[in-house]
Design a protein around this ligand. Sequence first.
Ligand SMILES: CCCCCC/C=C/C(=O)SCCNC(=O)CCNC(=O)[C@H](O)C(C)(C)COP(=O)(O)OP(=O)(O)OC[C@H]1O[C@@H](n2cnc3c(N)ncnc32)[C@H](O)[C@@H]1OP(=O)(O)O
Length: 388
Amino acid sequence: MGLRMQRGRRPVAGSSLQVPALQLHVSKTAMRASQKDFESALSQVKLLKDPGNEVKLKLYALYKQATEGPCNTPKPGVFDLINKAKWDAWNALGSLPKETARQNYVDLVSGLSSSSDSSSQVKPEADRKQPGYETLVVTYEDSITKIMMNRPAKKNAVTTQMYNEIMLALKAASKDDSAITVLTGNGDYYSSGNDLTNFTDIPPEGIEEKAKSGAILLRDFVDCFIDFPKPLIAAVNGPAVGISVTILGLFDTVYASSRATFHTPFSHLGQSPEGCSSYTFPKIMGPAKAAEMLIFGKKITAAEACAQGLVTEVFPDSTFQKEVWTRLKAYSKLPPNAMRISKQVIRNREKEKLHAINAEEIRVLQERWLSDECTNAVMNFLTRKAKL
Ligand SMILES: CCCCCC/C=C/C(=O)SCCNC(=O)CCNC(=O)[C@H](O)C(C)(C)COP(=O)(O)OP(=O)(O)OC[C@H]1O[C@@H](n2cnc3c(N)ncnc32)[C@H](O)[C@@H]1OP(=O)(O)O
């Protein structure tokens, strides 16, 4: 997503303006950073350890101010969380002159470079619910970051906001000092998949634009799972549908309640597989079983999913929570670096391939979203004519 800093890319993203330690580096001297200093800071920033979203927002804002001047783009919608945060950060710089923004950018990068060895791990407040999420409950306890989808009345259907919040939570978990990260659902469902109302708010630019922005969101979402560096566990507390099933192939361990079912009704919805399932499912369960799920939309039970290798272990629903969390608490006490490195050894060689598969699946899906088959299926659900 937008809040990334990668080699070869312009730095994006930055901060609320409350980074006291870093603000100290904002120059109060008369010295002006030259264009060369600025370009050198732009190169330097790509080599830094990820400084976190706050600082990335600050960098983003200063970069935009230094190169384009005061914020000059329309304010993004309230649910476009990432772009709104970026816009807010840039807009907050008001009429700060370009030269000052350039100097501040150079000073900020220089401050980051000198402190980059001191703290790469952010310790979340122990045993506390993390603030700032509306569709999730994110907690940290016993070295476990737990991300719980929290729209039980809607069967944890994944709205645009929830996609964005899950990405933010995963990015934060990848940097906190938790040993393992768990995704689960609140209520009787794990998740009913993509919220079908995501398809309804068509922008003035038209349906193609909607499909394009959906494709970018989905690509970034799946990329987050491909790249997640620590052991990632799904605690599938109930039925799982669509995208919540397909991404399971990117988890390291999947525990399921005996009540869980796994359903990928893409043909029914006029859509096609995502989440890298076109690759991971045949690999995990063999092409024949994968085809039954991904082409014919066969719903399978937890026991079947376990027999086919998609699920690690099934627990009786009555003891699911107790048994899973006891197990996970024990695992979370293992040496975290060893677990992370083992995951890398297991997964890294496939990462590039998975990113390419993700991109290809989304290219196909984006076309599907514009098809009559897909439009009719979504309309049928929304007008109560059809359910899975
Ligand atoms: C940015 C775009 C990325 C797209 C990525 C591609 C992803 C693909 C997928 O995930 S495909 C799967 C999509 N999911 C579905 O098609 C499921 C649709 N839901 C259902 O069929 C049923 O709701 C059910 C079988 C999951 C549960 O049935 P039931 O137990 O009878 O409950 P209700 O239907 O009464 O549901 C309660 C409440 O939740 C709302 N709801 C449930 N699922 C969704 C959903 N996926 N999208 C939107 N809303 C959903 C349902 O409408 C009810 O709301 P209400 O109480 O009527 O206000």
